[in-house]
Design a protein around this ligand. Structure first.
Ligand code: CUA
Length: 356
């Protein structure tokens, strides 16, 4: 399924290159590689699952799912048993001629009281043991896990792999323990992969972790589940679980592509990864000003100063956005100091110049 998608994406990338009349048709260009992986990450796999839970796609789902269904069936049995008993007694002891009020009700019965205390106590102990064992297992990554750094920011996720490749979608190998080391650039976010049953708050100025071993290749949903401001609902991405060998290939190809990508293209990638939730390209207003025709325009700032959008202004606005805030906007942008490199900023500048 995923391989078919991948083949389609590759074919499309090839067609696009041919359509644009590029000379490098034999060797896929950096753009082809980047858009190939972008397309791959954007095509969600069909998830099956039950009425109650999404499909289980990682080892970390086993224990929580067992605990859920254990409680669920226990509740169903109790519900049916109690309802049946109530209905039966209501019928049997209803008031009717010849069935007058019986002797006074019993006030105490040792056998019944012991049963209804001991049985529920044992059930809660069983539930505790199931929950505790699952918690310990999911909180303890194996020592030899693959590590991937995760950074949450308003309103996107960024994943950095061991060889330095950064991406806005999470790529992992199948059947391999992966440990995510997570931090936030600004406020509290929460990283959630429903199919893996892993969810963890992502906090500024400290690290939190989760781990999992994905069991089925495919592309699945990732959410932010902590309300983190205006575009919280847009703070979502995907996890691509690669078939054996696919992850190593991804790392290698991405590294090469990212090193060689032309500036406007680098800028476009940065835009799609970081800017798109607040800045449109078509003039519509979101949290921040639209980028349509922004290059060279003169804007009024809070306080009345006029500023021309040029290289230095763009650089300053990316690294320290609070210094100059355009009049009429909330000034809620996160600083990108330490996140974007100079070459990234130069890419954004080159990209903004192309937006008419
Ligand atoms: Cu980040 Cu909600």
């Amino acid at each position: 399924m995923m391989q078919a998608d991948a083949a389609n994406a590759a074919a499309q990338a090839g067609e696009a290159a041919a359509g644009a009349g590029t000379a490098a048709q034999a060797q896929p260009s950096s753009n082809d590689v980047l858009s190939f992986y972008e397309t791959m990450a954007s095509r969600l796999s069909q998830e099956e699952g039950s009425f109650w839970l999404p499909e289980s796609l990682a080892n970390t789902a086993d224990k929580p799912d067992f605990a859920f269904y254990f409680v669920y069936f226990l509740s169903v049995i109790c519900f049916i048993g109690i309802t049946a008993a109530v209905v039966y007694f209501v019928m049997k002891y209803r008031a009717r001629p010849g069935n007058e009020r019986a002797l006074p009700s019993p006030t105490h019965n040792n056998v019944i009281e012991v049963i209804w205390t001991v049985v529920p106590a044992l059930i809660t102990v069983v539930l505790f043991v199931i929950g505790w064992r699952g918690y310990i297992e999911n909180a303890t990554p194996p020592r030899k896990s693959l590590e991937i750094q995760v950074r949450g920011a308003k309103w996107n996720w960024e994943f950095t792999h061991e060889n330095g490749v950064k991406d806005k979608a999470l790529h992992v190998p199948v059947d391999t323990p992966v440990r995510l080391v997570m931090t936030s650039n600004d406020v509290i976010h929460s990283f959630f992969i429903p199919g893996f049953r892993v969810k963890q708050d992502v906090l500024p100025r400290r690290y939190t972790q989760i781990w999992f071993k994905a069991t089925k290749p495919g592309v699945y949903r990732v959410y932010c589940t902590e309300y983190c401001g205006t575009s919280h609902s847009q703070m979502k991405t995907t996890v691509v679980v690669h078939e054996p060998g696919g992850y190593a290939k991804y790392l290698q190809e991405m590294q090469k592509a990212l090193d060689n990508v032309p500036p406007e293209e680098r800028g476009k990638r940065i835009y799609n990864a970081y800017c798109v939730s607040c800045h449109t390209l078509d003039g519509t207003l979101r949290v921040g000003p639209s980028f349509k025709g922004i290059w060279g325009a003169e804007h009024e700032m809070e306080g009345g100063a006029k500023v021309v959008v040029d290289e230095n202004y763009v650089r300053e606005s990316i690294l320290t956005p609070q210094v100059k805030i355009r009049k009429g906007y909330p000034g809620s942008m996160t600083p990108f100091q330490g996140i974007l490199k100079d070459s990234d900023i130069e890419g954004v500048i080159a990209y903004l110049k192309t937006l008419k």
